[in-house]
Ligand binder design. Structure first.
Ligand SMILES: [Ca+2]
Ligand SMILES: [Ca+2]
Ligand SMILES: [Ca+2]
Ligand SMILES: [Ca+2]
Length: 526
């Protein structure tokens, strides 16, 4: 695995986060209190966009010219003032998780904000005596008090001003893990934020404790530690079992069995007897249809050991996972020598042939699932690699290779695992590094969109046509994505994505840039 490419360490990190953490948080709260109003576009936009035309003006002009609009020009901004960026120069909105905290039918929001990617790791020695100290990641709760109006509600939901559970989330999923009727949040926590790494000694301590954000059953929530040893958690998943329980599953690469929990009488209990799961990407598939099955029929796990690249799929039978089969991608051409900037000397890695190219660092890197039709859900798989020219000379300079991402899908049909060609246009409209699965058109079928860095490329949106295919469509408004604030020296992690935030079944356009997230609410296309 090319872990380095995911960690984005930077030599620009220099301050210890503790220096400004308290001060920053008070500004965050102050700012959010004033900025979360649900009001229409406001004068602050102009200052935020600085030299560029304010995004709402671009949008307003477009909507006047184009009656077939997709977005309501009303939007809301969550803002951390620019004055703090000098300290929190890597501040970024990581995740916006729709969740109805109080079951009032109005979808609320849990926000994960990294206020600094910083720490004793990076280019300075690791001098933190507490290897499992919380990181500078905060979670904030917002309640939707009326349609399109959000209020900061962390205190009323969590009993504290911000939720500190440590570590960033690699993946997030919601499920009612304690069966109280309130949805809970599972976060696959990881520490690839530079805090615990020592470049001299390799990658140290990327392990995190297993934690969930758990309902107390009265609309308030708490952070629950599931109790196990810290682990490297690139992936985790939940699965609905035939016995009615909800399993919380962590694959462990160097263990013969996955680490699994279930809630019983509101207490997390260990579940034994699980098969080996690779730990990089696990995902349990929803039932085939909401009426036919009420449990997760299939569990997918990335193959992380051995010469093969692919996934292993298990089928649930009597609340046990039995191996169903494997699906392999590419042809292994054997080891080649390579060099890269992160390692001294020549390394070796297997070279693969897949989709018309030779590839290094070839791996299943991520997945999601979508309901394709009334009767079928499928796994969407992302494959990462570096493309190697066919006339390569060893040692191959890894840093000079083009990074490539391929999206594909796997279905279980007629007793076999079948690869589907759902993303015909993806080669011409690359989806970048991450993606979101979910119904964004209010028709009950799953769609797919990309999370896009502000690199000038449009956000990709694949709409489910209801007949078993995904069709790439232009979503009006997404073509004019601009950074909310221009900071040329730090092009990452400014980004935009498309996700249904307010739970009306229609995708909303999110723009995140440094300390700001703008939510542009989608409206039903005319
Ligand atoms: Ca609510
Ligand atoms: Ca619950
Ligand atoms: Ca849909
Ligand atoms: Ca929406």
């Amino acid at each position: 695995m090319n872990l380095r490419s995911l960690s984005r360490p930077t030599d620009r990190m220099k301050d210890q986060p503790e220096k400004f953490f308290g001060e920053l948080f008070s500004f965050v709260l102050l700012s959010l209190a004033f900025c979360i109003s649900g009001s229409s576009s406001h004068a602050q936009d102009e200052a935020e966009t600085q030299a560029a035309l304010p995004i709402w003006m671009l949008y307003a002009a477009k909507t006047v010219a184009d009656s077939n609009r997709y977005f309501d020009p009303k939007h809301i901004d969550l803002v951390i003032p620019e004055s703090l960026w000098e300290s929190a120069f890597q501040s970024s909105l990581e995740l916006a998780i729709p969740i109805d905290f109080n079951n009032d039918g109005l979808m609320d929001l849990l926000i994960e904000q990294a206020i600094a990617w910083n720490g004793p790791g990076g280019t300075v020695p690791n001098d933190n005596p507490d290897l499992y100290a919380p990181s500078n990641v905060i979670r904030l709760a917002f309640k939707q008090v009326e349609t399109g109006v959000y209020q900061l509600a962390t205190q009323s939901v969590f009993g504290e001003d911000m939720v500190e559970m440590g570590d960033l989330s690699r993946k997030v999923m919601t499920a009612d893990v304690n069966s109280d009727g309130f949805v809970d949040v599972l976060m696959c926590l990881h520490r690839e934020d530079g805090r615990e790494m020592s470049y001299d000694e390799g990658y140290l301590n990327w392990s995190s404790r297993q934690k969930v954000i758990l309902s107390n059953g009265d609309g308030t929530y708490r952070v629950d530690d599931l109790g196990g040893d810290p682990q490297y958690q690139h992936g985790c998943t939940t699965a609905k079992m035939q016995d009615g329980s909800q399993h919380i599953i962590y694959g462990v690469n160097n263990s013969s069995s996955a680490v699994v929990y279930r809630y019983q009488a509101d207490q997390p209990m260990s579940v034994g007897g699980y098969p080996y799961l690779g730990g990089w990407d696990e995902r349990a598939l929803s039932p085939e249809s909401s009426g036919a099955l009420n449990y997760s029929k299939y569990l997918m796990s990335n193959i992380t050991q051995g010469p093969d690249k692919g996934v292993r799929i298990f089928e649930q039978i009597d609340s046990q996972w039995l191996e169903y089969g494997t699906y392999l991608f590419g042809e292994n051409r054997g080891p080649v020598d390579f060099i890269n900037q992160w390692n001294d000397g020549v390394q070796q890695q297997d070279l693969y042939w897949y989709d018309g190219h030779l590839r290094l660092s070839f791996a299943v890197s991520d997945s999601c699932e979508i309901r394709l039709t009334d009767t079928e859900s499928v796994f969407v798989i992302k494959l990462d690699s570096n493309i190697v020219p066919e006339n390569y000379v060893e040692p191959i300079d890894m840093d000079s290779l083009e990074f490539d991402q391929i999206y594909t899908a796997l279905a279980i049909r007629n007793g076999a695992i079948e690869e589907l060609n759902l993303f015909d246009e993806e080669r011409n409209y690359p989806m970048s590094y991450s993606f979101v699965c979910g119904d964004m058109t209010a028709d009950g079928y799953g769609d797919l969109s990309s999370i896009q860095a502000h690199n000038g490329l449009p956000v990709s949106f694949y709409k489910n046509d209801g007949n078993g295919d995904l069709v790439r469509v232009d979503v009006k408004g997404l073509e004019v994505v601009k950074t909310l604030t221009v900071l040329e020296s730090l092009p990452w992690p400014e980004r935009v994505w498309f996700e249904d935030i307010n739970g009306d079944g229609i995708g909303d356009w999110l723009q995140a840039s440094k300390g700001t997230m703008r939510i542009n609410f989608g409206v039903k296309p005319q």
